[in-house]
Design a protein around this ligand. Structure first.
Ligand code: GDG
Length: 476
């Protein structure tokens, strides 16, 4: 396999394994935002992507897909339980989302996390060319930067953290807090969603490792008495706004949006929630606020409908099974009390949909409800804004989602304040078109200017600066 100049390392490869028409295994590009984000960058360089192929026990040799080398890392059933569902999604995910659910600290999960991170680091070390760049993605791989640095000191390393980084008071619970920080500090550039996340990270560095930080820079003492510098700062991720706008212009999708409203019984207002079924997303709080508005008689079935898409997520993790039960009980109760033969209060869909249908739903919705209790960014908020080319529609956005830093013209809410949420839902429903337009215009400007391509360019430009400095040192 030729060595790559840029290697992306992520938990998942950017492809899904499917069966073609003849029943033969084949690969299809997966729809995620990260894949789209990096597609452009990868096309212009000799790129490779290291990641899990999505099926336990599957061992596949590296192969080329659309001009990129894909390097599958194999994970068996046990590792998926301990590294992925266990340490990543049962320890780190709840801890980093402000312990909304209780993190579980299990030593066997940690051991597996170390082992699997090493496997990813070795695969990346193998794939990258002399003096190349490796870009590590997200919380499942926090140890990879340092492991890789030890294997390949010639390589420049970036790491991007897609979820929040918690305040020190919470982070310090982690029994392996030192090892994780040392793992991340193996990178030259450590990117976060919000300025506050970068600040939390730097504070943990000062408290746990006693290293000094100044502005975005961290000074890391080296064994030989010298020191090196790493940068930790915010690079808010975004969406491929133009591809969403293209879909929003498609007459078939616009027709579908009209059809959705008709099929809901033509209510005067459609409210929408789109989330992975995850306890961080505040779906229960949203349902509570909406349910109380029905009880209070402030909204009437037939007049207002809430569509809630909750795409299936992490069914192997117990907290997610419990959450699903709770949400479905609540939806069933509300609908049981308020539905009529021809209208529903909440159209609940525990399903994934093609992107075209998601855009039709966004277009059909008068109000988008993003009520996360904690969220790294929340791309749904940005997607809703991007497709409303007519500047109609209202975004209600949790102040605990990273997107709130950029989308200050949304109706910002504290999802824990149910009365506040109820008032804001009513304000959204009743908002005059002139105000909708003023707010939407300003949000769209932000999203269109700072799209995902720009995000990738900014991050990689900072990584390149480190690579250039390394080359200069090498030449001295
Ligand atoms: C993590 C961080 C951060 C959802 N259901 C369907 C579907 N989606 C798409 C949405 C959106 C994406 O999935 C979800 O992105 P979010 O940002 O809302 O949330 P996470 O999955 O939690 O992502 C988050 C993100 O990483 C990026 O850094 O923003 O904070 O938690 O694009 O549209 N897409 C389709 N069908 C569905 O049913 N096609």
């Amino acid at each position: 396999m030729p060595k790559a100049d840029l290697v992306v390392v992520a938990n998942r490869l950017p492809v899904d394994r499917i069966e073609d028409e003849r029943g033969e295994p084949a690969w299809r590009r997966s729809p995620g935002g990260l894949v789209t984000a990096l597609e452009q960058v990868m096309k212009t360089v000799d790129g490779a992507w290291v990641g899990w192929a999505g099926k336990a026990g599957l061992t596949v040799e590296p192969f080329e897909f659309d001009g990129t080398q894909l390097v599958p890392v194999s994970l068996d059933e046990e590792e998926l339980e301990s590294y992925y569902e266990g340490f990543s999604n049962g320890t780190i995910w709840p801890l980093y989302h402000d312990v909304i659910a209780t993190p579980v600290y299990k030593r066997s999960w940690w051991d597996s996390y170390v082992r699997v991170n090493r496997r990813f680091a070795e695969a990346a070390a193998e794939a990258v060319g002399e003096g190349g760049v490796v870009w590590v993605q997200d919380y499942q791989l926090q140890l990879v930067p340092q492991m890789l640095r030890e294997l390949r000191p010639d390589v420049t390393i970036g790491y991007f953290h897609h979820i929040p980084f918690p305040a020190y008071g919470l982070y310090s619970q982690l029994p392996w807090r030192r090892q994780v920080l040392e793992g991340l500090l193996g990178a030259d550039v450590i990117g976060f969603q919000r300025v506050a996340d970068a600040g939390n990270f730097q504070r943990s560095i000062r408290r746990v490792l006693k290293f000094t930080t100044k502005s975005d820079s961290i000074t890391i003492p080296q064994p030989d008495g010298t020191s090196r510098t790493a940068v930790a700062k915010a690079y808010p991720i975004s969406i491929d706004a133009h591809s969403f706008i293209e879909l929003a212009k498609d007459p078939a999708i616009r027709d579908r949006a009209r059809e959705i409203r008709e099929q809901l019984g033509s209510p005067s207002k459609v409210l929408l929630g789109v989330d992975r079924l995850d306890y961080t997303k505040g779906i229960r709080h949203r349902l509570k606020a909406f349910g109380e508005l029905l009880v209070d008689g402030k909204v009437k079935v037939g007049d207002v409908t809430l569509v809630q898409v909750a795409s299936p997520s992490r069914p192997g993790v117990e907290a997610y099974q419990d959450l699903r039960d709770e949400i479905e009980l609540t939806v069933g109760r509300i609908n049981g009390d308020y539905d009529t033969i021809n209208h529903t209060a909440i159209r609940y869909l525990h399903q994934g949909f093609p992107r075209e249908e998601m855009v039709a739903l966004y277009l059909a919705a008068d109000v988008m409800l993003v009520t996360a209790l904690r969220d790294g960014m929340n791309l749904v908020a940005k997607e809703y804004v991007a497709v409303h080319t007519d500047n109609r529609g209202v975004l209600m956005l949790s102040e605990f989602a990273g997107a709130a830093d950029e989308l200050g013209s949304a109706l910002l809410v504290n999802p824990h304040d149910i009365d506040g949420m109820k008032d804001t839902i009513m304000r959204a429903i009743e908002m005059p078109e002139s105000e909708q337009s003023r707010r939407m215009r300003s949000m769209r400007r932000r999203v269109l200017e700072n799209d995902v391509e720009r995000w990738g360019q900014k991050f990689l430009a900072d990584v390149e600066a480190f690579r250039a400095a390394r080359t200069r040192r090498g030449e001295d």
